[in-house]
Design a protein around this ligand. Structure first.
Ligand code: 13P
Length: 247
């Protein structure tokens, strides 16, 4: 049975006090056996969050693919492992667009994360002009083929996919449940085509992009939507709790 996951991507927001407040609030939520909540925090709060020893997982939004070295200002996977961080985000559209992360870099990061047995959320999703041209499926397939499909079936067990249409991120414009389900089904079918039914059935596929307490239940009720990757609405403990409880 695949896991139901709701993850917070706090991006470059919150103070330490606010981060700890939200994290402590989440600890009060009763989770079902196959349900998981992850908080992707700015680096500077990771240690403090881990010190709390809550059942809510803590993840990092990024890392540098090199193990160590003269990379001023960067954080390596070894730093994350040292803090016992369990999950990482790779391929977020903000990293691709704002920081020019190429397919090669994303592929390399996927390898580093998976080889270190971290739970790895691979983000994919099309920009608005691609959606308007009706080429969103082939665009996302291309992202998976160039970033992900070199992994072995065993390595794929560490992967969670987040479908995040770029036009829906931070815009208040959510994909409809039908649009999202259609893409999630396509992603699962593509995985089945490459890896077989068992791998495809076991992989969790999350939706991200203006997901909020008002639309989460409808999205999560779809057959191929196994949860969400939440930006803006995860900065408020009450809203994020409602989203978790919508599962
Ligand atoms: P919003 O929920 O703010 O649209 O952000 C989604 C996102 O980018 C999560 O990674």
């Amino acid at each position: 049975m695949r896991k139901k996951i709701v993850a917070a991507n706090w991006k470059m927001n919150l103070t330490k006090k606010e981060a700890l407040y939200i994290y402590d609030k989440l600890e009060e939520i009763q989770l079902e056996e196959n349900q998981e909540v992850i908080v992707f925090s700015p680096y500077v709060f990771l240690d403090a969050l881990k010190q709390r020893q809550h059942h809510i997982k803590v993840g990092a939004q990024n890392f540098h693919p090199a193990a160590q070295g003269a990379y001023t200002g960067k954080v390596s996977i070894n730093h994350l492992l040292d803090l016992e961080i369990e999950c990482v985000l790779v391929g977020h559209s903000e990293r691709r667009i704002l920081f020019n992360e190429s397919d090669e870099v994303i592929k390399l990061k996927i390898d580093v994360a998976v080889n270190n047995k971290l739970e790895t959320i691979f983000c994919c999703g099309e920009p608005l002009e691609i959606r308007e041209q009706g080429k969103h499926s082939s665009y996302v397939l291309q992202q998976m083929e160039s970033n992900l499909f070199h992994l072995t079936p065993e390595q794929m067990k560490s992967i969670i996919i987040a479908y995040e249409p770029v036009w829906a991120i931070g815009t208040g414009k959510t994909a409809t449940a039908q649009q999202a389900e259609e893409m999630h089904r396509f992603i699962r079918m593509s995985i089945e085509h490459r890896y077989g039914k068992a791998t495809a059935e076991n992989i969790s596929i999350l939706y991200g992009g203006s997901c909020n307490p008002g639309n989460a239940a409808e999205l999560f009720a779809c057959e191929n939507i196994d949860g969400g990757l939440i930006g803006g609405a995860s900065l408020n403990a009450e809203d994020f709790t409602k989203i978790i409880q919508a599962q």
